[in-house]
Design a protein around this ligand. Structure first.
Ligand code: SF4
Length: 373
């Protein structure tokens, strides 16, 4: 993939106030009407998400993009892999635009196509078992395409368990990309012991595994992680428990296994939102996920439910944060002038194979919490 670079915005954008930016963005929304759809991921900052026509997690937003019959332009206020998925799932007539090209995902960047091809050669040489590759949707289109080509699938944090069950019906073992934590937490909640899992390190010789370890493992977990969710630690759970034994701990399964084990509940972003929506008045929650979402939920239920971040430090998705009002305004100004900027395009062959993996995931949609065993 060509390097992704976001050139600096023209200097006049630095001089615009928030009110002026908001006025221009709203005017473009009015003028472009149904031809424009703005999508906002749950982790997006408030100053941007207020302009979104739809909010959701990455899969929900990609599906929404694909269902917009009149849309010509979809401005995806998320990160790069999400815009790629939207491009794969939408018709060619729709342009997917990422307001800032530098909004990537550190987790997705932890598995490159070359590394995964090397790993596949290593793993398939070490065992005659049938290996099914599964990738979290938080991965590059090329990794989704790899899984599609090799009879594997994508999964989300909502349906990871269902997809892993499906994978074990197709083959003997799974290689799970790129997030070791979602893989480990899901497999463990399904009843598999940690001893059935081995971590493949793309930077170590032979992946850091002997042939025997590869043969014995049921789950080969790629050594990747989310730089936001890894910030939640066991001691944060201990501190919450000591301060308020009634406070419930709710975390995303991208958190480390030890943190999930110390929590009361674990599940996807949509699961976290639903749990807090349905929580009784007066209840207290410490939530282990991205801070913009936690703060928004805390604000929504202020005075009724006590919601706070599990960690005292700001667990912020800094790449998502790069999408700001200035970049949103700039790409809409360009659209209004008849120029499509920052269009995310996945080549036809990659898209075809990635779509296979995404379709297998959609066939297995079955939302359930990853759970704490
Ligand atoms: S929160 Fe983590 S997984 Fe999600 S986009 Fe940010 S870095 Fe990637």
């Amino acid at each position: 993939m060509a390097p992704i670079y976001q050139p600096p915005l023209p200097p006049q954008y630095a001089g615009l106030t928030d009110a002026e930016l908001a006025e221009r963005i709203l005017a473009h929304k009015r003028n472009l009407g149904k031809r424009l759809v703005i999508l906002g991921h749950h982790y997006q900052q408030d100053e941007v998400i207020r302009f979104a026509d739809f909010t959701g997690d990455s899969l929900k937003l990609s599906q929404l993009a694909a269902s917009q019959a009149n849309a010509q332009y979809v401005v995806f206020c998320g990160v790069h892999f999400m815009a790629e998925s939207a491009d794969i799932l939408t018709e060619d007539r729709v342009a997917i635009i990422l307001p800032d090209l530098s909004a990537g995902c550190s987790m997705a960047d932890m598995a490159t196509e070359e590394q995964v091809e090397d790993a596949w050669a290593r793993l398939t040489a070490a065992t005659a078992d049938r290996i099914i590759p599964i990738t979290y949707v938080n991965s590059a289109a090329s990794i989704k395409a790899f899984c599609g080509r090799h009879d594997g699938a994508c999964c989300t944090s909502s349906n990871a368990r269902r997809v892993l069950e499906w994978a074990l019906e197709q083959g003997d073992k799974v290689v799970f990309l790129p997030d070791q934590h979602l893989g480990r937490n899901t497999a463990y909640a399904m009843g598999h012991p940690l001893a059935a899992m081995a971590v493949y390190d793309p930077f170590a010789d032979d992946g850091g595994l002997s042939d025997e370890q590869i043969r014995e493992a049921k789950f080969l977990l790629w050594k990747g992680h989310c730089s936001v969710h890894q910030l939640f630690k066991e001691e944060h759970c201990d501190q919450v428990r000591a301060a308020d034994p009634t406070c419930r701990i709710l975390v995303h399964p991208e958190c480390a296994w030890a943190v999930v084990q110390k929590s009361d509940l674990a599940g996807s972003t949509e699961y976290i939102i639903r749990t807090l929506d349905e929580a009784p008045e007066g209840s207290s929650w410490a939530v282990g996920t991205e801070v913009n979402l936690v703060n928004r939920l805390a604000q929504k239920y202020a005075g009724r439910k006590n919601i706070r971040s599990l960690s005292g430090i700001q667990c912020l998705c800094t790449t998502m944060y790069r999408i700001d009002m200035r970049h949103l305004c700039w790409c809409l100004d360009e659209l209004a002038a008849g120029r499509v900027v920052n269009q995310i395009r996945v080549d036809a062959d990659t898209a075809k194979n990635a779509r296979l993996a995404l379709q297998r995931m959609l066939d297995n949609v079955h939302t359930q919490p990853v759970g704490v065993r």
